[in-house]
Design a binder for this molecule. Structure first.
Ligand code: FE2
Length: 208
């Protein structure tokens, strides 16, 4: 194979990036985001609103309880090229750590103003943006989950499930079994805090 002059970062290489990259690209190689299990609360039968603001249902004047946050990022291929038109199915617990899902049998309260699911598409530059509530932790004993947002991301040829974690939750993250299972891939699932309750998180697909 001819040398196309790619710069493959050591992190990307050790993360199992496909080094035999074919096709021209001028962008730097990216560390592929480590997938996570789908978990029990994927809203397969959801019939409600799917817009990018989870904090409000319809034209309601009432907003969901908890801290409003903005999460934005891009979907990229492993060369760093934006993936336009990628689909993100996003679901999460509410402020109290409760999913509006029949499998969630906890006593934590539902929030009638919390949407709980969004389906959004990336723009031409691969960008996406979500307005939501910071999810609560949930579970007990050994099954405690640190706050996280689930995403099912479909590019043109790759589909994977991820969980996004919060950098200010370092202690709870360190106790979370699924977070720990990410191993060296954990940093790829950690959002960046931009301040003012805004976060950024880029998702790098194995194939765009
Ligand atoms: Fe979850």
């Amino acid at each position: 194979m001819p040398n196309h002059g790619y710069i493959i970062s050591r992190r990307a290489f050790t993360a199992g990036a496909i080094a035999s990259a074919a096709g021209a690209s001028h962008a730097l190689a990216q560390t592929i985001t480590t997938p996570s299990p789908i978990g029990p609360f994927f809203p397969a039968h959801y019939r409600g609103e799917t817009d990018a603001d989870l904090t409000r249902i319809g034209m309601s004047a009432e907003r969901a309880q908890g801290q409003v946050i903005e999460v934005m990022g891009r979907v990229l291929d492993r060369h760093g090229n934006p993936v336009s038109g990628a689909r993100l199915d996003i679901w999460q617990a509410n402020h109290f750590g409760k999913y509006a899902h029949p499998q969630d049998t906890s006593d934590l309260p539902l929030d009638p103003n919390f949407q709980g699911f969004a389906r959004i598409n990336t723009g031409a530059d691969g960008s996406w943006k979500l307005t939501t509530i910071k999810p609560g932790a949930y579970g007990d004993g050994g099954g405690q989950r640190t706050p996280h947002i689930h995403m099912d991301v479909s590019g043109s040829s790759a589909r994977n499930i991820y969980q996004m974690y919060f950098p200010e939750e370092a202690e709870a993250n360190a106790r979370d079994g699924l977070y720990r299972r990410l191993g060296n891939g954990a940093p790829t699932s950690l959002a960046n805090a931009l301040g003012d309750y805004r976060y950024s998180w880029d998702i790098v697909l194995i194939e765009g």
